[in-house]
Design a protein around this ligand. Sequence first.
Ligand code: ADP
Ligand code: MG
Ligand code: MG
Length: 892
Amino acid sequence: MKFVYDFHEGNKDLKDLLGGKGANLAEMTNLGLPVPPGFTITTEACKEFLREGTHVDGLDAQIDEHLATLERDMGRRLGDPADPLLVSVRSGAKFSMPGMMETVLNVGLNDESVDGLSRQAGGNDRFAWDSYRRLIQMFGKTVCEVPGHEFEDALHEAKVAKGVTDDVQLDAEDLRALVTAYKKVFAKHTGHDFPQDPREQLDLAIAAVFRSWNADRAVLYRRQERIPAELGTAVNVVAMVFGNLGADSGTGVAFTRDPANGEQGVYGDYLSNAQGEDVVAGIRNTLSLSDLERLDKKSYDELMQIMATLEGHYRDLCDIEFTIERGKLWMLQTRVGKRTAAAAFTIASQLVDEGVIDLDEALVRVTGAQLGQLMFPRFDLASSPESITRGVGASPGAAYGEVVFTAARAVEVAATGKPVILVRRETNPDDLPGMIAAQGILTSRGGKTSHAAVVARGMGKTCVCGADEMEVGSSSFTIGSHTVSEGDVISIDGTTGRVYLGEVPVRPSEVVQYFEGDLDPAQANDPLVFAVHRIITHADSKRRLYVRTNADTGADAARARRFGAQGIGLCRTEHMFLGDRRELVERLILARTEADRNDALAALQPLQRADFLDIFREMNGLPVTIRLIDPPLHEFLPSLEELAVRVAVQHEQGQRVEHDEQMLAAVRRMHEQNPMLGLRGVRLGLVIPGLFAMQVRAITEAAVALAAEGGKPRPEIMVPLVGAVQELETVRAEAEKIIASTVGDSGVEILIGTMIEVPRAALTAGQIAEAAEFFSFGTNDLTQMGWGFSRDDVEGAFFWRYLELGIFGISPFESIDTDGVGRLVRIAAEEGRAARPGLKLGVCGEHGGDPDSVHFFHEVGLDYVSCSPFRVPIARLEAGRAAVESEGSDHR
Ligand code: ADP
Ligand code: MG
Ligand code: MG
């Protein structure tokens, strides 16, 4: 098997085999750009190494062969004491991953060749010893796990001893002494001397890269980001070029456009007389690229030209790493660069203007998740707030408040009306009340799948996790020398993970203003708003899925319509039984006689009719799916405990309040062990005479009233929790009679359909379709019942553990579980349509607004998704992307 590829042999499409870095180094080599020669050891070799444990058959010989070519190209040999070839050993997986071994530079140096290197550089001893001390430091740290700070301490001591502040002020002698100190550190921790054999250095470094694939942090990161564990990493061996040869040398990083906002121009940092890692490490203050233009015009011009070439070639923003050795420019890395959500939109739109990509491609280059980020209010950073630390942005939003350290204190302070940020090392289920009370949650441990993150996302609450510079105590936390005490105000950004001191002002999102219709994209003079407008308009022209909204009030319906909703996919009726209508519901529940019950229903009906009319008006001309009442009726009554106490107190005082006693008896009678699986949905409608009938009549009358005003109502009556076609047939027969006797000559037409949310319904969809004009998948219940767990109980109790163990890649309530719950959807869609061609299919669970799930629903062939108003634009965008992507795969 071929395990080693010369840079001439690879290309950018071989990321699986060569990793991202190796594939792109090969691509740049083929483009004729100045890349130092080298080769890549494949991910296959890594996999084999990890299987075998130590050794890969045939790999050594292939490395020998490619090393010989490299030596020939460079005119130098690895380990030649007089004129040594040095190489860097660099990890590079398909996806870049924190926790993986980084880079070792200057491999090949030892006590002898350090003099040869000095001669190569024209007698530059300082450079040679600087390179050697760097090798021991990096090799010690990354290959042999010597604690890095010990080297840093030794370097610091050397500077203090000399009375200087900057590395470059250390001379050759200082650095030679530092090498001696470093070797001692190395021997102390490893129990052996720093290896002098260059080939042994190389082999040890390669093996360390392979092994780092399974380092704890890398494993954890892969689970969280759903990166398959079997990919493996490649290793790149690259001839060294030197940025630390003096003032005419240096190293830098650059972007072809601003990755923060997409603005065109050149962005980068440069450090003269330095080797690669110094720029990122922030050891010295970097210069900007315009300073480089002043220092070295020739290299600067060449760099500009190469950046233009790369953008043209990759047709996207690229980031690059480069080094200048004595006025000669070398390219050491490129890739399509990461960017913020705002930049993703503006860059895609700019590239369309530049004729580089078309609108289809612009659409697939942005995501619903990015659009979602842009719809949250943001901190206004114009005031330059002080950022004290940074963690993982785990649940987006911008929140500020007084710092509290316990859930109890959070509840207490929040009760006084003040916003609070709950700060914990990590959260657990006991913190739930505090999390609910808080404006935002900040933890020092855990990532995107920790308890805090999962629960916060479920609640839509801002959360920053894993801010690990933070030491959390019982009444304060510290970051370095900074202390923040209970009661101090901080601000947290759940998108960027930044934590600021004080209250940072919050700005509404321009993108939301645009969707609200308050910003005209043509006049807004805001490239972001224009880009969003342009791309979402294109998505609308492409998508096959309709997007509806879940809305229970006229106001919600109106907003969703502004956001582009094409109807209501789920109008819940239960809120219409709350507030001052509770009393009527109590009468209904406590009714002893048919007459009492009918009175209560008759009183409710006009109220419901008014609610429906309001919604039909707002959605005039568009379909409105109304779900008949779903939750168990006891949810509308006071809690058992509350009532029991009240009645007990009354008895104590020798009173008897008949109403309360009746109510207590009713609540006892209706108490359920598993309300989620109890008397609710269609079951309720079949048990309580007249309840559904009242709702059906209210819906029909409201529709007739709107038609009389000249409107066009399009009601769809949806029966919840059906598991058997007989349930639906019974409801349907009664509803049809009521409709027939109520519509008169109004021309109103009403569809009757059902939710598919019980697994049995999905599996008997062919039968149920006989009685349903539409199906709407209630994927929340379908997920609960498919898995057999209740969301309220499990999200805080064990989901974090399942995510940590990789049993879930993502919570099945966030993104549909395509293998299991999704399979139920697929079966029901197929069998339903087979029984009734033209059966309308939609989804109204929260998954309707989840980007990945939208792609799944497109693929399964649903007609529409329905989601909360704020998710409507996200669903529009993703439905467009799904359509473009499936077109693409049809062509292939
Ligand atoms: P990372 O993946 O962390 O970016 P790299 O492998 O890109 O790690 O290496 C980090 C830096 O080391 C590079 O940006 C570059 O400056 C320097 N470097 C790597 N290989 C070489 C080389 N062959 N010659 C000179 N510098 C190098
Ligand atoms: Mg790099
Ligand atoms: Mg349901």
